[in-house]
Write a protein that binds this ligand. Structure first.
Ligand SMILES: *Cc1c(COP(=O)(O)O)cnc(C)c1O
Length: 388
Protein backbone atom coordinates (compact mmCIF):
# COMPACT_ATOMS: atom_id res chain seq x y z
CA UNK A 1 0.00 0.00 0.00
CA UNK A 2 1.22 3.43 -0.99
CA UNK A 3 2.38 5.79 1.74
CA UNK A 4 1.18 8.71 -0.35
CA UNK A 5 -1.93 10.46 0.96
CA UNK A 6 -4.88 9.56 -1.20
CA UNK A 7 -5.60 12.88 -2.94
CA UNK A 8 -5.29 11.78 -6.57
CA UNK A 9 -6.94 9.26 -8.82
CA UNK A 10 -3.63 8.09 -10.21
CA UNK A 11 -3.15 6.01 -13.33
CA UNK A 12 -0.99 2.96 -12.80
CA UNK A 13 1.76 4.11 -15.15
CA UNK A 14 5.18 5.32 -14.04
CA UNK A 15 7.95 6.76 -16.13
CA UNK A 16 11.68 6.40 -15.98
CA UNK A 17 12.63 9.05 -18.50
CA UNK A 18 11.34 11.60 -20.92
CA UNK A 19 12.62 13.28 -24.05
CA UNK A 20 10.81 16.07 -25.88
CA UNK A 21 7.23 15.00 -26.58
CA UNK A 22 7.76 11.43 -25.34
CA UNK A 23 7.74 9.59 -22.03
CA UNK A 24 9.23 6.14 -21.45
CA UNK A 25 7.47 3.98 -18.88
CA UNK A 26 9.15 1.79 -16.28
CA UNK A 27 7.77 -1.24 -18.13
CA UNK A 28 9.46 -0.25 -21.38
CA UNK A 29 6.70 1.49 -23.34
CA UNK A 30 6.97 4.78 -25.23
CA UNK A 31 4.14 7.31 -24.90
CA UNK A 32 3.36 10.49 -26.82
CA UNK A 33 2.84 12.96 -23.98
CA UNK A 34 0.32 15.78 -24.49
CA UNK A 35 -0.07 16.30 -20.77
CA UNK A 36 3.46 17.61 -20.21
CA UNK A 37 2.88 17.94 -16.48
CA UNK A 38 -0.30 19.92 -17.30
CA UNK A 39 1.16 22.67 -19.48
CA UNK A 40 4.31 22.83 -17.37
CA UNK A 41 7.03 21.34 -19.60
CA UNK A 42 6.65 23.97 -22.28
CA UNK A 43 9.84 22.83 -24.03
CA UNK A 44 9.25 19.12 -23.57
CA UNK A 45 10.97 16.63 -21.32
CA UNK A 46 14.67 16.81 -20.60
CA UNK A 47 15.35 19.75 -22.89
CA UNK A 48 19.10 19.78 -23.44
CA UNK A 49 19.36 23.59 -23.28
CA UNK A 50 17.52 23.68 -19.95
CA UNK A 51 19.54 20.71 -18.71
CA UNK A 52 22.71 22.70 -19.30
CA UNK A 53 21.28 25.84 -17.70
CA UNK A 54 20.32 24.07 -14.48
CA UNK A 55 23.49 21.97 -14.35
CA UNK A 56 25.77 24.96 -14.80
CA UNK A 57 23.91 26.90 -12.11
CA UNK A 58 23.88 23.90 -9.76
CA UNK A 59 27.68 23.92 -9.72
CA UNK A 60 27.75 27.59 -8.69
CA UNK A 61 24.88 28.38 -6.30
CA UNK A 62 21.46 26.87 -5.54
CA UNK A 63 19.82 29.01 -2.97
CA UNK A 64 20.37 32.25 -1.14
CA UNK A 65 17.84 34.19 0.85
CA UNK A 66 15.90 37.09 -0.59
CA UNK A 67 17.57 39.24 2.06
CA UNK A 68 20.36 39.42 -0.54
CA UNK A 69 20.30 40.77 -4.10
CA UNK A 70 20.01 37.86 -6.55
CA UNK A 71 21.38 38.76 -10.00
CA UNK A 72 19.67 35.83 -11.79
CA UNK A 73 16.34 37.03 -10.34
CA UNK A 74 17.00 40.63 -11.37
CA UNK A 75 17.72 39.39 -14.87
CA UNK A 76 14.56 37.29 -15.25
CA UNK A 77 12.41 40.12 -13.85
CA UNK A 78 13.98 42.61 -16.25
CA UNK A 79 13.27 40.37 -19.22
CA UNK A 80 9.64 39.93 -18.14
CA UNK A 81 9.37 43.70 -17.77
CA UNK A 82 10.74 44.19 -21.29
CA UNK A 83 8.29 41.76 -22.90
CA UNK A 84 5.10 42.37 -20.93
CA UNK A 85 2.94 45.06 -19.29
CA UNK A 86 4.75 44.43 -16.01
CA UNK A 87 6.76 47.13 -14.30
CA UNK A 88 7.68 44.80 -11.43
CA UNK A 89 7.82 41.07 -10.77
CA UNK A 90 7.50 39.12 -7.51
CA UNK A 91 8.73 35.52 -7.56
CA UNK A 92 6.92 32.64 -5.85
CA UNK A 93 7.05 28.85 -6.23
CA UNK A 94 3.67 27.82 -7.58
CA UNK A 95 0.50 28.98 -9.26
CA UNK A 96 -1.60 29.12 -6.12
CA UNK A 97 0.99 31.20 -4.34
CA UNK A 98 1.07 33.58 -7.28
CA UNK A 99 -2.73 33.98 -7.43
CA UNK A 100 -2.93 34.38 -3.67
CA UNK A 101 -0.20 37.03 -3.78
CA UNK A 102 -2.19 38.76 -6.55
CA UNK A 103 -5.18 38.94 -4.18
CA UNK A 104 -2.97 40.38 -1.44
CA UNK A 105 -1.52 43.03 -3.76
CA UNK A 106 -4.97 44.13 -4.96
CA UNK A 107 -6.23 44.56 -1.39
CA UNK A 108 -3.09 46.30 -0.29
CA UNK A 109 -3.43 48.82 -3.13
CA UNK A 110 -6.82 50.10 -1.93
CA UNK A 111 -5.70 49.89 1.69
CA UNK A 112 -2.82 52.21 0.86
CA UNK A 113 -5.34 54.64 -0.68
CA UNK A 114 -7.34 54.64 2.55
CA UNK A 115 -10.14 52.59 0.93
CA UNK A 116 -9.94 49.85 3.53
CA UNK A 117 -13.39 48.45 2.74
CA UNK A 118 -12.66 48.06 -0.94
CA UNK A 119 -11.27 44.56 -0.56
CA UNK A 120 -13.59 42.08 -2.30
CA UNK A 121 -12.47 40.01 -5.28
CA UNK A 122 -14.97 39.13 -7.99
CA UNK A 123 -14.31 35.79 -9.74
CA UNK A 124 -15.98 33.41 -12.17
CA UNK A 125 -17.96 30.63 -10.54
CA UNK A 126 -16.23 27.24 -10.85
CA UNK A 127 -12.96 28.76 -12.00
CA UNK A 128 -9.58 27.52 -10.80
CA UNK A 129 -6.97 29.61 -9.06
CA UNK A 130 -5.23 27.01 -6.89
CA UNK A 131 -5.73 24.97 -3.74
CA UNK A 132 -4.80 27.22 -0.83
CA UNK A 133 -7.65 28.23 1.47
CA UNK A 134 -8.08 31.63 -0.14
CA UNK A 135 -7.81 30.37 -3.71
CA UNK A 136 -10.34 27.53 -3.29
CA UNK A 137 -12.89 30.06 -2.06
CA UNK A 138 -11.88 32.34 -4.94
CA UNK A 139 -12.68 29.48 -7.32
CA UNK A 140 -16.13 29.29 -5.77
CA UNK A 141 -16.71 25.68 -6.61
CA UNK A 142 -18.60 23.44 -4.25
CA UNK A 143 -16.32 20.51 -4.98
CA UNK A 144 -13.07 22.22 -4.03
CA UNK A 145 -14.41 23.92 -0.88
CA UNK A 146 -16.43 21.05 0.59
CA UNK A 147 -15.15 20.19 4.05
CA UNK A 148 -12.83 23.17 4.23
CA UNK A 149 -15.02 25.73 5.97
CA UNK A 150 -15.07 28.22 7.62
CA UNK A 151 -15.18 30.14 4.41
CA UNK A 152 -12.41 32.55 3.54
CA UNK A 153 -14.40 35.73 3.17
CA UNK A 154 -14.02 38.36 0.49
CA UNK A 155 -14.94 36.60 -2.75
CA UNK A 156 -17.96 37.14 -4.97
CA UNK A 157 -18.87 35.20 -8.08
CA UNK A 158 -20.59 35.49 -11.43
CA UNK A 159 -21.27 32.85 -14.05
CA UNK A 160 -19.04 32.59 -17.11
CA UNK A 161 -20.53 34.65 -19.92
CA UNK A 162 -23.24 36.29 -17.79
CA UNK A 163 -22.55 39.97 -18.42
CA UNK A 164 -25.64 41.17 -16.55
CA UNK A 165 -24.73 39.21 -13.43
CA UNK A 166 -21.16 40.49 -13.69
CA UNK A 167 -22.28 44.12 -13.73
CA UNK A 168 -24.72 43.49 -10.88
CA UNK A 169 -22.02 41.83 -8.79
CA UNK A 170 -19.72 44.86 -8.91
CA UNK A 171 -20.10 47.03 -5.82
CA UNK A 172 -18.16 49.88 -4.25
CA UNK A 173 -16.36 47.18 -2.23
CA UNK A 174 -15.02 45.38 -5.30
CA UNK A 175 -11.24 45.74 -5.33
CA UNK A 176 -10.47 43.44 -8.23
CA UNK A 177 -11.96 41.20 -10.86
CA UNK A 178 -9.87 38.05 -11.15
CA UNK A 179 -10.41 35.66 -14.05
CA UNK A 180 -8.39 33.16 -16.04
CA UNK A 181 -7.85 34.57 -19.54
CA UNK A 182 -8.53 31.04 -20.77
CA UNK A 183 -10.10 28.72 -18.20
CA UNK A 184 -7.88 25.64 -18.13
CA UNK A 185 -9.28 23.26 -15.51
CA UNK A 186 -12.73 24.64 -16.36
CA UNK A 187 -12.58 23.00 -19.79
CA UNK A 188 -10.48 25.32 -22.00
CA UNK A 189 -13.10 28.04 -22.01
CA UNK A 190 -11.77 31.05 -23.85
CA UNK A 191 -12.95 34.47 -22.72
CA UNK A 192 -13.58 36.23 -26.06
CA UNK A 193 -11.37 39.24 -26.83
CA UNK A 194 -14.32 41.67 -26.79
CA UNK A 195 -15.25 40.44 -23.28
CA UNK A 196 -11.69 40.96 -22.05
CA UNK A 197 -11.82 44.48 -23.46
CA UNK A 198 -15.19 44.96 -21.78
CA UNK A 199 -13.73 43.78 -18.48
CA UNK A 200 -10.88 46.26 -18.81
CA UNK A 201 -13.34 49.08 -19.50
CA UNK A 202 -15.55 48.10 -16.58
CA UNK A 203 -12.54 48.03 -14.26
CA UNK A 204 -11.38 51.45 -15.45
CA UNK A 205 -14.83 52.92 -15.01
CA UNK A 206 -15.34 51.55 -11.49
CA UNK A 207 -11.80 51.96 -10.15
CA UNK A 208 -11.24 48.19 -9.96
CA UNK A 209 -8.02 46.28 -10.58
CA UNK A 210 -8.01 43.62 -13.28
CA UNK A 211 -6.20 40.38 -12.36
CA UNK A 212 -5.75 37.97 -15.26
CA UNK A 213 -4.66 34.52 -14.10
CA UNK A 214 -2.19 33.37 -16.75
CA UNK A 215 -0.87 30.40 -14.77
CA UNK A 216 -2.02 27.87 -17.39
CA UNK A 217 -2.65 29.90 -20.55
CA UNK A 218 0.45 32.10 -20.28
CA UNK A 219 4.09 31.61 -21.29
CA UNK A 220 3.47 31.08 -24.99
CA UNK A 221 0.77 28.43 -24.65
CA UNK A 222 -1.85 30.44 -26.59
CA UNK A 223 0.59 31.61 -29.28
CA UNK A 224 1.23 34.92 -27.51
CA UNK A 225 3.58 35.17 -24.54
CA UNK A 226 0.58 36.07 -22.36
CA UNK A 227 -2.89 35.11 -23.60
CA UNK A 228 -4.53 38.50 -23.01
CA UNK A 229 -2.20 40.02 -25.64
CA UNK A 230 -4.63 38.62 -28.22
CA UNK A 231 -7.21 41.13 -26.95
CA UNK A 232 -4.67 43.99 -26.93
CA UNK A 233 -5.40 44.87 -23.31
CA UNK A 234 -3.30 45.00 -20.17
CA UNK A 235 -4.26 43.77 -16.71
CA UNK A 236 -2.97 45.42 -13.54
CA UNK A 237 -1.80 42.11 -12.09
CA UNK A 238 -1.04 38.78 -13.76
CA UNK A 239 -0.01 35.64 -11.85
CA UNK A 240 2.08 33.22 -13.93
CA UNK A 241 3.59 29.81 -13.10
CA UNK A 242 3.37 26.45 -14.93
CA UNK A 243 5.33 27.11 -18.15
CA UNK A 244 7.80 29.68 -16.86
CA UNK A 245 9.95 27.04 -15.13
CA UNK A 246 9.72 24.49 -17.95
CA UNK A 247 9.26 21.79 -15.28
CA UNK A 248 10.98 23.48 -12.35
CA UNK A 249 8.54 24.97 -9.81
CA UNK A 250 8.37 28.73 -10.35
CA UNK A 251 5.52 31.13 -9.78
CA UNK A 252 5.52 34.87 -10.23
CA UNK A 253 3.24 37.85 -10.09
CA UNK A 254 3.54 40.56 -12.72
CA UNK A 255 2.28 43.97 -11.60
CA UNK A 256 2.10 47.47 -13.01
CA UNK A 257 3.51 50.57 -11.33
CA UNK A 258 0.20 51.54 -9.80
CA UNK A 259 -0.13 48.25 -7.90
CA UNK A 260 3.56 48.16 -7.03
CA UNK A 261 3.33 51.55 -5.31
CA UNK A 262 1.55 50.10 -2.27
CA UNK A 263 4.11 47.39 -1.55
CA UNK A 264 7.15 48.00 0.60
CA UNK A 265 9.73 45.81 2.38
CA UNK A 266 8.02 43.37 4.72
CA UNK A 267 4.61 43.36 3.01
CA UNK A 268 5.19 40.08 1.16
CA UNK A 269 7.91 37.49 0.75
CA UNK A 270 8.94 33.92 0.04
CA UNK A 271 11.78 31.78 1.33
CA UNK A 272 12.33 29.86 -1.89
CA UNK A 273 10.80 32.24 -4.42
CA UNK A 274 13.28 33.33 -7.08
CA UNK A 275 16.31 31.37 -5.96
CA UNK A 276 19.27 31.14 -8.37
CA UNK A 277 18.59 27.51 -9.34
CA UNK A 278 14.96 28.28 -10.30
CA UNK A 279 15.94 31.48 -12.06
CA UNK A 280 18.53 29.71 -14.20
CA UNK A 281 15.74 27.57 -15.67
CA UNK A 282 13.35 30.50 -16.04
CA UNK A 283 15.99 32.45 -17.94
CA UNK A 284 16.67 29.37 -20.07
CA UNK A 285 12.97 29.07 -20.97
CA UNK A 286 12.90 32.72 -22.04
CA UNK A 287 16.14 32.33 -24.08
CA UNK A 288 14.24 29.89 -26.27
CA UNK A 289 10.75 31.40 -26.14
CA UNK A 290 11.89 34.93 -26.98
CA UNK A 291 13.79 33.72 -30.04
CA UNK A 292 12.40 35.32 -33.17
CA UNK A 293 9.61 33.29 -34.69
CA UNK A 294 9.15 30.85 -31.78
CA UNK A 295 5.68 32.07 -30.82
CA UNK A 296 4.65 32.38 -34.48
CA UNK A 297 5.45 28.70 -34.86
CA UNK A 298 3.26 27.91 -31.82
CA UNK A 299 0.39 29.80 -33.50
CA UNK A 300 0.92 28.03 -36.83
CA UNK A 301 1.13 24.59 -35.26
CA UNK A 302 -1.87 25.37 -33.05
CA UNK A 303 -3.96 26.53 -36.01
CA UNK A 304 -3.03 23.44 -37.98
CA UNK A 305 -3.80 21.11 -35.06
CA UNK A 306 -7.13 22.77 -34.35
CA UNK A 307 -8.15 22.74 -38.02
CA UNK A 308 -7.43 19.01 -38.27
CA UNK A 309 -9.24 18.33 -34.97
CA UNK A 310 -12.30 20.20 -36.25
CA UNK A 311 -12.23 17.93 -39.33
CA UNK A 312 -12.27 14.94 -36.98
CA UNK A 313 -15.13 16.48 -35.01
CA UNK A 314 -17.10 16.98 -38.23
CA UNK A 315 -16.55 13.34 -39.08
CA UNK A 316 -17.44 12.07 -35.59
CA UNK A 317 -19.96 14.57 -34.17
CA UNK A 318 -21.42 11.91 -31.89
CA UNK A 319 -18.06 11.59 -30.17
CA UNK A 320 -16.53 15.06 -30.30
CA UNK A 321 -18.93 17.89 -29.59
CA UNK A 322 -16.60 20.85 -29.80
CA UNK A 323 -12.94 21.80 -30.24
CA UNK A 324 -11.93 24.69 -28.01
CA UNK A 325 -8.84 26.71 -27.32
CA UNK A 326 -6.05 28.83 -28.73
CA UNK A 327 -2.53 27.99 -29.81
CA UNK A 328 -1.45 24.74 -28.20
CA UNK A 329 -4.01 24.93 -25.39
CA UNK A 330 -6.70 22.74 -26.88
CA UNK A 331 -9.75 21.04 -25.42
CA UNK A 332 -12.01 18.41 -26.97
CA UNK A 333 -15.47 18.57 -25.46
CA UNK A 334 -16.87 15.07 -25.78
CA UNK A 335 -20.34 13.61 -26.21
CA UNK A 336 -19.10 10.34 -24.75
CA UNK A 337 -17.44 9.53 -21.42
CA UNK A 338 -14.24 11.52 -21.16
CA UNK A 339 -12.38 9.08 -18.88
CA UNK A 340 -13.09 6.12 -21.13
CA UNK A 341 -11.84 8.08 -24.16
CA UNK A 342 -8.64 9.12 -22.33
CA UNK A 343 -8.01 5.49 -21.33
CA UNK A 344 -8.46 4.39 -24.93
CA UNK A 345 -5.93 7.00 -26.05
CA UNK A 346 -3.55 5.60 -23.44
CA UNK A 347 -3.95 2.12 -24.95
CA UNK A 348 -2.62 3.68 -28.15
CA UNK A 349 0.30 5.15 -26.17
CA UNK A 350 -1.04 8.69 -26.17
CA UNK A 351 -1.35 10.69 -22.93
CA UNK A 352 -3.92 13.45 -22.44
CA UNK A 353 -5.63 14.91 -19.38
CA UNK A 354 -9.21 15.71 -18.49
CA UNK A 355 -10.78 19.03 -17.55
CA UNK A 356 -14.29 20.07 -16.49
CA UNK A 357 -17.31 19.92 -18.82
CA UNK A 358 -16.34 16.46 -20.11
CA UNK A 359 -13.28 17.92 -21.84
CA UNK A 360 -10.03 16.22 -22.84
CA UNK A 361 -7.07 18.60 -22.79
CA UNK A 362 -4.33 18.37 -25.40
CA UNK A 363 -1.21 20.14 -24.14
CA UNK A 364 1.77 19.28 -26.32
CA UNK A 365 5.10 20.94 -25.62
CA UNK A 366 5.36 24.23 -27.50
CA UNK A 367 8.26 22.86 -29.54
CA UNK A 368 6.21 19.84 -30.68
CA UNK A 369 6.80 18.82 -34.31
CA UNK A 370 4.15 18.51 -37.02
CA UNK A 371 4.93 14.81 -37.23
CA UNK A 372 4.10 14.45 -33.53
CA UNK A 373 0.86 16.40 -33.99
CA UNK A 374 -0.01 14.09 -36.90
CA UNK A 375 0.74 11.09 -34.72
CA UNK A 376 -1.74 12.42 -32.15
CA UNK A 377 -4.38 13.07 -34.83
CA UNK A 378 -4.04 9.54 -36.18
CA UNK A 379 -4.55 8.02 -32.73
CA UNK A 380 -7.59 10.23 -32.04
CA UNK A 381 -9.13 9.12 -35.37
CA UNK A 382 -8.41 5.47 -34.55
CA UNK A 383 -10.14 5.73 -31.18
CA UNK A 384 -13.10 7.59 -32.71
CA UNK A 385 -13.43 4.86 -35.34
CA UNK A 386 -13.51 2.20 -32.64
CA UNK A 387 -16.90 3.59 -31.49
CA UNK A 388 -18.62 2.77 -34.81
C1 LIG B 1 -2.59 25.26 -12.17
C2 LIG B 1 -3.28 26.54 -11.94
C3 LIG B 1 -3.17 27.24 -10.72
C4 LIG B 1 -2.50 26.63 -9.50
O1 LIG B 1 -1.17 26.33 -9.69
P1 LIG B 1 -0.41 25.36 -8.66
O2 LIG B 1 1.02 25.47 -9.11
O3 LIG B 1 -1.01 24.01 -8.81
O4 LIG B 1 -0.61 25.92 -7.32
C5 LIG B 1 -3.75 28.47 -10.61
N1 LIG B 1 -4.43 29.03 -11.63
C6 LIG B 1 -4.56 28.39 -12.82
C7 LIG B 1 -5.30 29.06 -13.93
C8 LIG B 1 -4.02 27.12 -13.00
O5 LIG B 1 -4.18 26.48 -14.15
Amino acid sequence: MSAILNTYNRKKISFKKGKGSFLYSTNGKKYLDFVQGIAVNCLGHSNSYLNKAIYNQSKKLWHVSNVFTIPEQEQLAKRLRQKTFADYVCFQNSGAEATEAAIKFARRYFYSKGLTKKNRILCIKNSFHGRTLATIFASGSKKSTEGFYPKVEGFDHFNFGDHKQLEKSVTSKTAAIMVETIMGEGGIKVIPDYCLRGLRKLCNKKNILLILDEVQCGIGRSGKFLAFEHAKIKPDIAPIAKGIGGGFPIGAVLVNKKVASSMKPGTHGSTFGGNPLAMSVGNGVLDIMFKKGFLNEVTKKGNYFKKELIKIRNKFPNIIKEVRGKGLLIGLVLNINQVKFINQLIEHKFLTVKAAENTVRLLPPLNVTRAELNMALKIIIKVCESYK
